[in-house]
Design a protein. Structure first.
Length: 190
């Protein structure tokens, strides 16, 4: 069974969707580590509920990104991680991890890239007035949501649909799609 590490900074709803897919056996993988840069985020509580080991760090306690990424890489190596899955991880991945896990780090973004990269993508797209919303699952590179696209899924906004309704639909789409694409990516790994 292939081993994955999930990186999260917040609530962890995509993390939970991945856990559920594994428990339902629709995703054949094992989450061996949750990595978080926020020692109090709810994703950590989810990990504890499912007996998933965690590694947390506070970036402000390190001289550089390189310093804490070396520690993360050691944890990933110890756990024999095949794929890193970003699920609401709000930091750019640095050279240490990008080199060690080249084409083995994926991210999910709540917009149809290359439009609306970065944070608050749903709100930005809604305020812009787009008629088609969606998600992008992509490989991670040194940029902000600039890696090669693996998959995009979309839906047409309904007339008078509120931002909250659109957000719910986007998150539902994320939760359905991410485990499927993780499985696909894992099957392509050598």
């Amino acid at each position: 069974m292939k081993k994955i590490a999930v990186f999260a900074s917040g609530f962890g709803s995509n993390f939970e969707a991945i856990i559920e897919a594994i428990e339902n056996q629709t995703l054949k993988a094992e989450i061996v580590l949750l990595v978080s840069d926020k020692p109090n985020c709810y994703a950590l509580e989810r990990a504890h509920q499912h007996c998933i080991e965690t590694f947390t760090f506070n970036p402000k306690e390190y001289q550089s990104k390189k310093e804490y990424e070396v520690l993360i890489a050691q944890q990933l190596e110890k756990k024999e991680v095949s794929l890193i899955v970003l699920a609401g991880y709000m930091r750019l991945i640095g050279d240490i991890l990008l080199e060690k896990y080249s084409n083995k780090i994926i991210n999910i973004h709540p917009a149809l890239l290359p439009a609306f990269p970065g944070t608050h993508a749903i709100e930005k797209a809604y305020e812009y007035g787009v008629k088609i919303f969606g998600i992008t699952i992509h490989y991670v590179d040194a940029g902000i949501d600039t890696g090669n696209i693996i998959e995009q899924t979309c839906f047409k906004i309904k007339e008078n649909e509120t931002l909250e309704e659109v957000e719910r639909r986007v998150h539902t789409l994320e939760h359905q799609s991410y485990p499927i694409i993780i499985e696909k990516v894992l099957n392509q790994l050598v």
